[in-house]
Design a protein around this ligand. Sequence first.
Ligand SMILES: Nc1ncnc2c1ncn2[C@@H]1O[C@H](COP(=O)(O)OP(=O)(O)OP(=O)(O)O)[C@@H](O)[C@H]1O
Ligand SMILES: [Mg+2]
Length: 256
Amino acid sequence: MTAPIPAIEVIEASKSYGSVRAVNALTLSVARGEVFGLLGPNGAGKTTLLSLLQGLRRPDRGQVRVLGLDMATRARDIKRRIGVQLQRTSLLPDLTALQQVGLFARLYGRELSRSGARQLLARVGLEERASSLPVTLSGGQQQRLALALALVNDPEIVFLDEPTAGLDPQARHNLWDLIRALRAEGRTVSLSTHYIEEADALCDRVAILDHGRLLAVDTPGGLTRRPPAAPAAVISKAPSLEDVFLQLTGRAWREN
Ligand SMILES: Nc1ncnc2c1ncn2[C@@H]1O[C@H](COP(=O)(O)OP(=O)(O)OP(=O)(O)O)[C@@H](O)[C@H]1O
Ligand SMILES: [Mg+2]
């Protein structure tokens, strides 16, 4: 029996900006149907890695394969099958929420009925704001609209860059439910987050990144069962995922 094709494969990929190695010889694989989390301090390389997976940037070295296709030669085919919510999304200022959904669907060559577009807005809790222009939406509502736009093409993989940054607890939990629903539909979700409890609660596996390198990748439970880095450390309780994160990435402030 042949092994199933992973949703995402990264093989020794590197990406530099001048002298900054944002992604450094990184290798990882994400199975279909997984919710895969990227954790890392500011500047760790999460957004850059996501941009390679989304075909928005090309690696300087190494290979990125998505849904079994090589991003270097099949980016167009891949992009039809993935959904992308960027860390900072530019919404079109003169279009209502409903119009933006319709426009994005057409950009993907899909005809979405008005009720289909409304249903998509309802999925992100914006059914009441269908006629609103972006400027009248709160930051969290704009983010949820961006997520709706990432779903217009019924994607097999959904990439979310800090999807719950700045959301209130209600919106965050609703978004977690939505992400779980996406997984239940068989989609793969790859997300970055600074909220460790979010990675813990939501992700099947978590990658901890720093300085463009993968420091660890495992289930949240597997990461917290790792042996401590310092054998002399007095462990009074089982480490949390946050303890493991700080142990791996240190406590220094990050400059961007
Ligand atoms: N367009 C760019 N030009 C130059 N340097 C960049 C650019 N984008 C990112 N970098 C640098 O690459 C490194 C990785 O940045 P990246 O945005 O991927 O990190 P991140 O993990 O997403 O951080 P954050 O948590 O703050 O979003 C940082 O040192 C950053 O300053
Ligand atoms: Mg980022």
